[in-house]
Design a protein around this ligand. Structure first.
Ligand SMILES: Nc1ncnc2c1ncn2[C@@H]1O[C@H](COP(=O)(O)OP(=O)(O)OP(=O)(O)O)[C@@H](O)[C@H]1O
Ligand SMILES: [Mg+2]
Length: 288
């Protein structure tokens, strides 16, 4: 296996406020390695520490205990801060908070300009990034007139123009309608598959988590499940105990299994689930 692009070792963190001297532990001994090129989803109930973990991946927050490494660089090393931020790009929930310019292409140029990239290369990067998210034809448009999904794709393009090797997205579809969600998910998957960008996707949507290669479940600042989505989602009771549900497909199969039907629990997509049920009934017909 290659060296991890993101790594945490016994990471602990708590927020200290002036009023609250006895801050509660938000990250409680997180050990994690993420391989370059992988697509990892992070699920967990509200307040389980997902966003706090994400912010450690590009040194927005620094560990209270333990270590975080980005491509082998300790995030507490100030000399490496720029390099770390170049490697890991962050996308947040609200596209309106991430868009800074009045023209799409100017917005995308903002990041590379800050990194001191020469102008002709910025032009090239912006064009490439806008093409990668399918928004090139909107390059001269005003971002605020676009749909939520389009705005979020512009925000992703702005991050891509900095040529990150890893993109961490914290609930990027939370404010989008179903079309916008689909557009953004397709964009994320294409980046991962076709450009080899490492993706860490924090989400509350089971169907989005199901599309990752690896699924991490957090509860009270700890990692409580880690594996391929089809394996993690089979732990129906464990997940429900941590305040999470499973995709509707798994929930249906789970209920049918409880009734004694011989169905797999790992048919995650709608098609696979429908196929499994059809197969069972056609097999039963034959035996009658
Ligand atoms: N800036 C802050 N100051 C103080 N406490 C904070 C701050 N940000 C988060 N917290 C607290 O830390 C805990 C973990 O928060 P975090 O945002 O990491 O959770 P999350 O899993 O991302 O939740 P959500 O699903 O709601 O986004 C929560 O109890 C939250 O109230
Ligand atoms: Mg959060």
């Amino acid at each position: 296996m290659s060296d991890p692009i993101l790594k945490t070792e016994s990471l602990t963190f708590s927020y200290h406020t002036d009023e609250d001297k006895t801050a509660k532990t938000v990250l409680d001994g997180v050990d994690l390695e993420i391989q370059p090129g992988s697509f990892v989803a992070v699920l967990g109930h509200n307040g389980s520490g997902k966003s706090t973990l994400a912010k450690h991946f590009n040194a927005i927050l620094l560990p209270e205990g333990g270590k975080v490494y980005v491509d082998g660089m300790d995030t507490t090393n100030e000399d490496k801060l720029l390099e770390i931020r170049r490697i890991v790009g962050m996308v947040f929930q609200n596209p309106d908070n991430q868009i800074v310019a009045n023209v799409v292409e100017e917005d995308c140029a903002f990041g590379p300009e800050n990194l001191g990239v020469p102008s002709p290369e910025i032009r090239e990067r912006v064009d490439q990034a806008l093409k990668a998210v399918g928004m090139y034809q909107y390059r001269e448009h005003a971002p605020h007139l676009l749909s939520g999904g389009q705005k979020q794709r512009i925000a992703i393009a702005g991050v891509l123009a900095m040529k990150p090797r890893c993109v961490v997205l914290d609930e990027p579809t939370a404010m989008l309608d179903p079309n916008g969600r689909r557009e953004v998910m397709e964009t994320i998957k294409t980046l991962n598959r076709e450009q080899g960008v490492t993706v860490v996707l924090i989400t509350h949507h089971m169907d989005e988590a199901a599309q990752a290669d690896r699924l991490i479940v957090m509860s009270d600042g700890k990692i409580v499940q880690d594996g391929p989505p089809r394996e993690v989602f089979q732990q129906v009771e464990t997940l429900r105990a941590t305040g999470l549900d499973v995709p509707e497909t798994v929930s249906l199969l789970y209920e049918l299994r409880k009734e004694g039907l011989d169905l797999p629990l790992d048919a995650l997509s709608d098609e696979a689930c429908a196929d499994a049920i059809c197969q069972l009934f056609s097999a039963e017909k034959k035996t009658v």
